[in-house]
Write a protein of this length. Structure first.
Length: 219
């Protein structure tokens, strides 16, 4: 038998890891580009609708525009949030019931003891989650409202594991949605409100045991 070169095996493994990381980054960049296009389209659609309403002479009341991101607040029970009409942002801070974007209660998924986003933990767990998706060929899969979506199954199981490790408390659906779209740059196949509502139901339901067993291998 010919002698084996252990260093060559290590070099091959490093090359494979580098290739995987490169493809993950390319997929993330592509997903981010698509997400930005979708966000721009959504903004244009909302602006057009608002202009049409104003043209019709409709009176726009703050209380009639409930934000789709109502679940953006972890302690969002009985906390009304309203959206200010375009070109009227100056009156936002004085409008009753309006929450500015820098409101301290608007949270991300991983927080410091002071209640602000923990960037180090967010990056670590984003990489862990994306490695899971890459190994299961799910990086191009969109998030949607269906419980059988493997990405949805995975994020719910990751949340269960993160809670057991005390990385987070009781996550809000919007915080999970932000992690998926902003940190992981995944794209959506459904509207934001529909996905956050679906995530809310999934977080309260039983998680998939087989998926969870697989997820635990990444910790």
């Amino acid at each position: 038998m010919l002698p084996t070169d252990k260093n060559s095996n290590f070099d091959s493994q490093d090359a494979l890891r580098r290739d995987r990381d490169r493809w993950v980054q390319l997929a993330m960049d592509q997903a981010e580009y698509i997400r930005q296009l979708e966000q721009q389209i959504t903004i244009y659609q909302k602006q057009l609708k608002m202009q049409q309403d104003q043209t019709k002479g409709a009176f726009i009341n703050y209380g009639t525009f409930i934000a789709e991101q109502k679940n953006d607040i972890h302690d969002n029970d009985h906390c009304p949030i309203y959206v200010c009409p375009p070109n009227d942002s100056a009156s936002l801070s004085s409008a009753p019931g309006v929450r500015p974007e820098n409101d301290s209660r608007i949270k991300k998924l991983f927080l410091t003891p002071e209640g602000i986003e923990d960037p180090k933990r967010t990056e670590e767990e984003r990489n862990r989650f994306l490695n899971y998706l890459a190994d299961h060929h799910l990086l191009q899969r969109q998030i949607d409202c269906y419980k059988d979506n493997p990405v949805n199954k995975a994020i719910i199981c990751f949340c269960v594991k993160w809670k057991r490790l005390r990385y987070l408390g009781k996550p809000s659906p919007a915080a999970v949605y932000r992690f998926l779209t902003e940190a992981c740059r995944l794209t959506c196949a459904s509207e934001t409100a529909a996905i956050t509502a679906s995530l809310g139901r999934l977080l309260k339901a039983d998680y998939d045991k087989d998926t969870f067993d697989d997820v635990e291998n990444y910790f």
